[in-house]
Design a protein around this ligand. Sequence first.
Ligand SMILES: *Cc1c(COP(=O)(O)O)cnc(C)c1O
Length: 223
Amino acid sequence: MTTAADRLASVQADIRDAEAENGRETGSVTLIAVSKTFEAEEIRPVLEAGQLVFGENRVQEAMHKWPGLREDFAGIELHLIGPLQSNKAKEAVATFDVIHTVDRPKIAKALKAEMDKQDRQLPCFIQVNTGEEPQKAGIPPKEVDAFVAYCREEVGLPIIGLMCIPPVEEAPGEHFALLEKIARRNGLEQLSMGMSADYAVAVGFGATHVRVGSAIFGSRDYA
Ligand SMILES: *Cc1c(COP(=O)(O)O)cnc(C)c1O
């Protein structure tokens, strides 16, 4: 039987291989272990194996799970990878270290106000809806340049990169390439892209952060 720690090791090895194959520097890709829906007790062995960077998609879930784990493990870095409501900005800024899902002016302003209030400036990614899917969050590709400028110049949010979730039924490569192109022309260096099914592909397209859940923790039970 493989454990989460075994699967973590194999994902880490895949990432190192993909870095080497694509001429990327070893360690240039950060693995975010996505622990949403898993209990603290299931996360603990992955922390014990040395993984310190994690992603959660719900503020409420994370604020209950992570304070206890932070007491037991130093150096945890927690990334918010799910949609954010402005009335949860306070909890999000208090709970997370990096935000991947800035996708509208209201959220940008709410986050900045909370960061100032809590004196905690969190690095942020802007989520881009590369597939222009109506049901999906994110800024449409054509509007990203203006939104990046707005976040930087009018709001003063520390924007470090772009994030995308490609449409499930499409080959992800063209979406990763589009995200990279938009980031480059805006002078943004960080790219949050690639999940369990396609993280090695994403590394080839320049991902700096891959968000991997089920390949480490196993399949999720949403019941
Ligand atoms: C759940 C989730 C992931 C991880 O998905 P897996 O396919 O389990 O690796 C990555 N990114 C986001 C935004 C997610 O919500």
